[in-house]
Write a protein that binds this ligand. Structure first.
Ligand code: ATP
Ligand code: RIB
Length: 304
């Protein structure tokens, strides 16, 4: 479906430790977990996996350390047909995320940035070449890396999608003119000061984010409510597909990957958001981060 698209992702690569429990502990409380496991993650690597699973020719630009987790993560990128030749391995300690998931599939994530924070802005931008059709970035590397890469891609006319996770009041003014900026609800609040709880606040927050970022489209990820599109003139809310929620981890990463690919293919932001909602609905119905990402066949055969 998307095999002709050449995608680059600049972002984080983490080893995730995932603990499942019925109820997360209060301060000072001990609870029993129901299961745990390790999984390859990081918002950047997850989005690269999302792109590659959907068939795009995908390049990852990132940094790990030459430690056990770093080696495992590189091997995993390769197993997913992702070009890892722009992942440097000379970091001090590979990134790590501790993810706790409650009985309703809701997650809380603690990230230790490690080597992700040591990426070099210029080297990262140099890896975005003239062959690149789309660029995806997130906020799990340093601000200078994100800014340098977005500015380079925008100046070259590359379709650029900014995923705003994790939530922080990023200096959007330093990288004007991306194609799509796509925060989730908490990230929207961090960037605009407004939680997008209803149509009025979705519009108000989208306007602020567009003014700050000068992006062509503001697409808010609204969890079980789906997503919204603000193009500077009209606001549209695209409802989510029905799904049996098991684990929402990386639903946003998967959404962003599908959004970027379908928009590149069709040039239609509504088709892109519809495809992204499908991808998100599949991701929340499966356990894990990258292990929950759909293939192109999953999307084609998707039924609510
Ligand atoms: P995460 O941080 O957990 O990876 P996120 O908070 O960045 O995710 P969400 O808004 O929770 O992103 O989810 C991304 C997309 O996944 C939504 O826009 C929607 O399309 C889909 N989605 C999320 N939750 C549900 C749900 N309960 N039912 C159906 N679709 C969902
Ligand atoms: O978006 C999910 C990801 O956030 C996890 O894989 C974890 O590594 C954190 O970066």
């Amino acid at each position: 479906m998307y095999k002709d698209i050449r995608a680059a992702v600049v972002g984080s690569i983490n080893m995730d430790i995932i603990l499942n429990m019925q109820k997360v502990p209060e301060i000072g409380e001990n609870v029993l977990g129901t299961s745990y496991g390790y999984a390859c993650g990081g918002k950047g690597a997850n989005q690269a996996t999302g792109l590659a699973r959907l068939g795009a020719q995908t390049k990852m630009i990132g940094k790990v350390a030459d430690d056990a987790n770093g080696r495992k993560l590189i091997e995993n990128l390769r197993n997913n047909n992702i070009d890892s030749s722009f992942v440097s391995t000379d970091g001090t300690q590979t990134g790590m995320a501790a993810i706790i998931i409650d009985g309703e599939g809701r997650n809380r994530i603690i990230v230790y940035e490690g080597s992700n924070a040591e990426m070099d802005p210029q080297k990262s931008a140099d890896a975005i070449d003239d062959e690149t059709d789309i660029l995806l970035v997130q906020f799990e590397t340093s601000e200078d890396v994100v800014v340098k890469c977005v500015n380079k891609a925008v100046s070259k006319g590359i379709l650029t999608v900014i995923d705003c996770g994790p939530a922080k009041n990023f200096n959007l003014e330093r990288m004007p003119g991306a194609t799509i900026i796509s925060p989730n609800e908490n990230e929207t609040e961090a960037l605009s000061g407004i939680f997008p709880s209803d149509e009025d606040t979705i519009l108000e927050a989208s306007k602020i984010i567009m003014k700050r970022s000068k992006a062509q489209y503001v697409v808010l990820k609204l969890g079980s409510r789906g997503c919204s599109i603000w193009d500077g003139k009209n606001l549209n809310i695209i409802p989510a597909y029905k799904s049996n929620v098991v684990d929402t981890t990386a639903a946003g990463d998967c959404f962003t990957a599908a959004l970027a690919l379908e928009y590149k293919k069709s040039g239609d932001i509504f088709a892109a958001c519809d495809m992204a909602n499908k991808a998100g609905a599949i991701a929340v119905s499966r356990m894990g981060a990258e292990s929950s990402m759909p293939t192109a066949d999953d999307l084609i055969n998707f039924k609510e």
